[in-house]
Design a protein around this ligand. Sequence first.
Ligand code: NAD
Length: 282
Amino acid sequence: MAATLIDGRAVARSLKEELSVRASEMIARGVMPHLAVVLVGENPASQVYVRNKENACVKAGIRSTVIRLAEDCAQQELEDVVASLNADGGVHGILVQLPLPGHLDEARVLRMIDPNKDVDGFHAMNSGRLMNGQPGFVPCTPLGVMKLLEAYDIPVRGKHAVVIGRSNIVGKPMAMLLLAADATVTICHSRTQNLAEITRQADILVAAVGRADFVTGDMVKPGAVVIDVGINRVEGKLVGDVDFESVSAVAGYLTPVPGGVGQMTIAMLLANTLDAAGGRGE
Ligand code: NAD
């Protein structure tokens, strides 16, 4: 039987509607939620991501400001921008679009962002809060995955969740969120041996690898929930990390690419920005 497709577009749409109601209530109370995005250089993918974030903010009634810096900007110039956004009481969320050009110290810049404005959830303070089970900002993509599971009433407690990928942006926070939801979690990565043996044990399998068609049907337990986080461009087409044809024949649920997880990431950014404007973490 073919897998049920998880419609990230529909879930994101209804979340965004709720968020725009929340934004207008805030504005009525005299708080204009405001996200500042810092974009360095001309990376074409980053330009698209930033434009999408801007558009989503405008649609939701959230103010968005994009600060554009030249490709060859100095570390100090970037840090000065972050410092001034930290100090600006009218800015609630700060996001530095990654990747930064190679000459810039990314980790240092992320460390500088006020943790209470860190709507991407990449600051060590927020990863620490996630690790300790305290409230804080959670990276948008894994948070979006949890919302998708919730929207489809997919039980997580006691299930075996296998996450492929251990990045700070997706894999690790994903594993922490699944653990917090009482899953038994296994994290796999580029040095994992006998990967397919492990993935075949997964009730919930999350692929965050960055390799097209990496997960195939023979790696999936029949009926499993398969979440495809990957975004890969193959011959101009967007594809995930999951081989749709073979996996959709085995899995119980599957997120398509596009139209799955990607749609949720921006919705969660808006949610985090409203949380920041409402005083989350203070
Ligand atoms: P990354 O490159 O930082 O991490 C990839 C991970 O895959 C690594 O931890 C690595 O250990 C693991 N890996 C690589 N080869 C492997 C192998 N052969 N076997 C097992 N594991 C292997 O990437 P990332 O930032 O975590 O992103 C992962 C994917 O998710 C990318 O395609 C990215 O574009 C996508 N992504 C999507 C969204 C979204 O909104 N949908 C957001 C962020 C990232």
